[in-house]
Design a protein around this ligand. Structure first.
Ligand code: BG6
Length: 513
């Protein structure tokens, strides 16, 4: 396919009103800062290829890498090639690859070097002419937060933050977005000084997951769940994000950050917001954000953080037949580190729907297995007209949204055991994505990169959400900083015993997912 004329290509299939049609990006390009990093190789480059392979990118789509490497064009192309071969989800097709690779450019340089940004500008101008990108570029900052200010300021200084005519320029920002409220506010100020808020896309890759979007479908496209989705019927909610892996090679990033900042501040609080929010007026970013903000601002922490929060650190153990190091023995970790690799917290949402219903959030590395789920646990029936022995094995009704793996929804309820006696036991009813649909879900980053190119902000947290989430977490981090150290838990278990005790005090227990 030949390159289209500059700025003249209008996507015939793109009708923003009809979401059933394939959503195909218009003329555009993506610039990745930090292109040599892990995220870029494992997620971003493969996602770009998969989007191209699914026919969702325009023919002249261009990818520009920017990094401090002495690379020639061929070196960059080879790196993308290897990343795609290793990590892409769709089959490798030579013709798709060839067309995509024609739009690759590499700009070597450091973030403080004016000449490199001049080169980047010249590269973008050249692509507009040669590939018809129409001046539309997204700048993906896959860099540490300490580099955000210099990169956005350089983009402004070199006239890159505004495109010609009615073209767009967007900033895409990876987490962590700050390490507390003050730093997040400062970053927001710096970014908004250069890009208008509606052109800033903050990545929370959990929102790109199919099952996370399905929370909205489950709640607002059906009638049978909404009437019981409140304090009258719900006993409590457990949101779990468990990983069986350790910190891998990420010591530099992880130590000093910890589990709560790494995933509760963003992924888990977003899951909580989607689970607990009111129905939005429409599926429009503004409407969704309004509802998420309302629920996040209604979050309250318990008075006694010592009793209702727990942090832990994984310890040396045998996990799945393999001997694994404890966190403090990992390479690059301060042996006296107090960083949490496990965190459990209890929150309440003080509004009419949820007052008095605890939300328990927990996450950890090196736990029993990898699973993310939202479990809504219902109250017991107010009266059981059976002999007491009949219901000894009956638990509480539950609706579990399995975010990953084995994506789906499970409902647990009591059922009579076949036989002449009346005995009631828990059974489950299962919906599995894999069995009900033949289409495979796109990878989260595919969905999110496409949305950036389309300017669809629905699945991106706004700056107020990020700040509110820090407001929730900051007092917990401050408490932990002052009091004690993380409890140790053997790798491969479900976290420290203190976490079990935390729920036991409330007369509850964690689910074993
Ligand atoms: C990232 C965290 O945001 O999410 C990592 O920084 C974590 O520590 C990862 O491993 C998990 O993502 P997923 O999609 O594999 O659940």
């Amino acid at each position: 396919m030949s390159a289209p004329e500059t700025g003249s290509w209008v996507n015939p299939l793109r009708n923003p009103q009809d979401r059933r049609l394939p959503r195909i990006a218009g003329p555009s390009g993506l610039v990745i800062f930090g292109v040599t990093g892990d995220l870029s190789r494992k997620k971003l480059m493969p996602a770009v290829y998969d989007l191209a392979n699914r026919g969702l990118l325009p023919p002249g789509f261009s990818l520009v890498g920017f990094a401090r490497r002495d690379w020639e064009h061929e070196d960059f192309t080879q790196v993308v090639h290897d990343a795609v071969k290793e990590h892409a989800r769709t089959p490798f097709r030579e013709e798709v690859w060839q067309q995509l690779a024609e739009g690759f450019r590499f700009v070597p340089g450091t973030f403080d070097d004016d000449a490199s940004f001049q080169k980047l500008k010249a590269t973008i101008d050249e692509l507009d002419k040669a590939r018809g990108t129409g001046g539309n570029f997204a700048f993906y900052l896959s860099v540490p937060p300490s580099s955000f200010p210099v990169v956005v300021q350089q983009l402004k200084k070199h006239g890159l933050s505004e495109g010609p005519g009615d073209s767009w320029r967007r900033a895409v920002i990876e987490k962590p977005f700050g390490h507390d409220l003050a730093s997040a506010q400062e970053l927001n100020r710096i970014v908004h000084d250069v890009f208008p808020p509606n052109e800033v896309f903050r990545i929370d890759h959990y929102l790109g997951k199919e099952t996370v979007q399905n929370i909205l479908a489950l709640r607002f496209a059906n009638t049978m769940f909404e009437p019981i989705w409140n304090r009258s019927y719900v006993d409590h909610v457990q949101i779990t994000m468990a990983e069986d892996i350790g910190i891998g090679g990420r010591a530099g990033y992880y130590d000093g950050i910890g589990a709560a900042r790494d995933v509760i501040q963003n992924h888990l609080l977003q899951l909580l917001a989607l689970t607990a929010m009111e129905e939005p007026g429409s599926f429009h970013p503004k409407a969704l954000v309004t509802e998420k903000l309302k629920v996040l601002s209604a979050v309250e922490l318990p008075d006694d953080l010592g009793k209702h929060t727990v942090r832990g650190q994984y310890a040396h153990a045998w996990q799945g037949g393999e001997e694994v190091l404890g966190y403090l023995e990992e390479e690059g970790i301060d042996p006296h580190s107090k960083t949490d690799t496990y965190a459990a917290i209890k929150l309440e949402i003080t509004n009419r729907r949820w007052a008095g219903v605890p939300f328990y959030l927990r996450t950890g590395k090196r736990l029993g297995r990898r699973v993310t789920e939202i479990a809504v646990i219902f109250k017991r029936a107010p009266f059981l007209p059976f002999e007491s022995g009949a219901t000894e094995e009956l638990g509480q009704n539950a609706l579990v949204i399995r975010v990953q793996p084995d994506e789906g929804i499970t409902i647990r309820f009591g059922s009579k055991v076949p036989g002449t006696a009346m005995e009631i036991r828990d059974v489950t009813m299962d919906f599995a994505y894999g069995e009900s649909f033949t289409e495979s879900s796109p990878e989260a980053y595919e969905r999110l990169i496409l949305d950036v190119l389309l300017g669809d902000a629905n699945l991106f947290p706004r700056h107020q959400e990020v700040e509110l989430s820090w407001e929730i977490l900051d007092p917990i981090e401050a408490y932990w900083e002052k009091h004690g150290k993380p409890a140790q838990y053997p790798s491969g278990t479900w976290g420290p015993v203190e976490a079990d005790e935390m729920l036991a005090r409330d007369g509850r227990s964690w689910r074993r997912p």
